[in-house]
Design a protein around this ligand. Structure first.
Ligand code: AMP
Length: 290
């Protein structure tokens, strides 16, 4: 149990957060930063705990970034629960929460965008044009606002972590990136704020995603070398759930996200599935034996 809980300080403006962080930085304290869109769950909290363990001051941002949603997507109905989030974060002993509004982040006249090429283009980039431009832009803004020593991202959004790694390198940002494992429900479903959209029936069906990834792992460990065959078997599992729609099932190089021709080394299996209109993504690193 966490007994030293104290409410994190809540900042709504860039100026007030910077004023809070200045003495920490001046005193040589290590600042850890966890960017989120809120509706926090154990996946987010695993990142927060890592930051708490490794830094003097942990900043969590809670911001549903409008520029990473297409007009057709779920920006308006994305779950928001600041009071509940603050409750969870106070149990973790987080020092600061940054929850700006849209005019603080995108004031009138805002006109600069960060575009990462390459790793942002396949998979989610194909299905959600403009998504990673919004992500990269808000992440760079948040990094510049917080100026953390270390930042924490989840492997659940594997492609996003590659985009962030690329922009840290390319823009010479003095920030260490830590990518932590996906936290799952007992039945394997990756925790996600979007799981709350699922009806009990769809929630049950959503287990096919994890089952397809486990099957892929088993096939590859048993020596299967053909991505086509693994993908075919994964699709079979996913489509066994009535009404499931596949955006992609892909076996890709974990660095470039290019499709693999033959499974010879570590290969990322990445899946995007829609169930009753809710879009779920997941992935797993597949490692052939030996
Ligand atoms: P989000 O609030 O969905 O933008 O996620 C904020 C951060 O939490 C991102 O770095 C995500 O990859 C990470 N995250 C989301 N779900 C999980 C999960 N189930 N396990 C680990 N990290 C996660």
């Amino acid at each position: 149990m966490h007994t030293d809980a104290s409410r994190p300080q809540l900042f709504r403006t860039v100026t007030s957060l910077r004023a809070f962080l200045l003495p920490w930085r001046r005193n040589g304290k290590r600042i850890g930063f966890v960017p989120t869109m809120g509706a926090l769950h154990e996946g987010h909290l695993s990142l927060v705990r890592a930051s708490k363990a490794e830094n003097d001051c942990t900043v969590v941002s809670i911001y549903v970034n409008p520029t990473q949603f297409a007009p057709s997507e779920d920006f308006a109905r994305y779950p928001r629960n600041l009071a509940g989030d603050l409750e969870l974060l106070s149990k973790e002993g987080v020092e600061a929460v940054f929850a700006p509004d849209d005019t603080e982040m995108y004031p009138p006249g805002f006109n600069t965008w960060v575009e990462v090429r390459g790793v942002s283009e396949p998979l989610e980039g194909q299905c959600r044009p403009g998504h990673f431009r919004g992500v990269a832009t808000v992440v760079v803004k948040l990094f510049n606002i917080v100026q953390p020593d270390v930042t924490y991202f989840g492997a659940k959004d594997y492609q996003q972590s590659l985009v962030v790694r690329q922009l840290i390198r390319d823009l010479n940002l003095p920030i260490e990136l830590r990518v932590l494992p996906t936290v799952r429900e007992p039945d394997g479903l990756a925790m996600s704020s979007r799981n709350s959209y699922l009806s009990p029936q769809a929630r049950q069906k959503a287990t096919v995603i994890w089952k397809s990834l486990k099957l892929a792992q088993e096939l590859v460990e048993a020596g299967e070398k053909s991505p086509r065959e693994v993908i075919r078997r994964m699709e079979e599992v996913i489509l066994s759930a009535e009404g499931a729609m596949i955006d992609y099932v892909a076996l890709v190089d974990p660095e470039t996200l290019a499709p693999v021709e033959v499974i010879l080394g570590p290969t990322l299996a990445a899946v995007a599935v829609r169930l009753e209109g809710t879009r779920l993504i997941d992935n797993m690193m597949l490692c052939p034996k030996g």
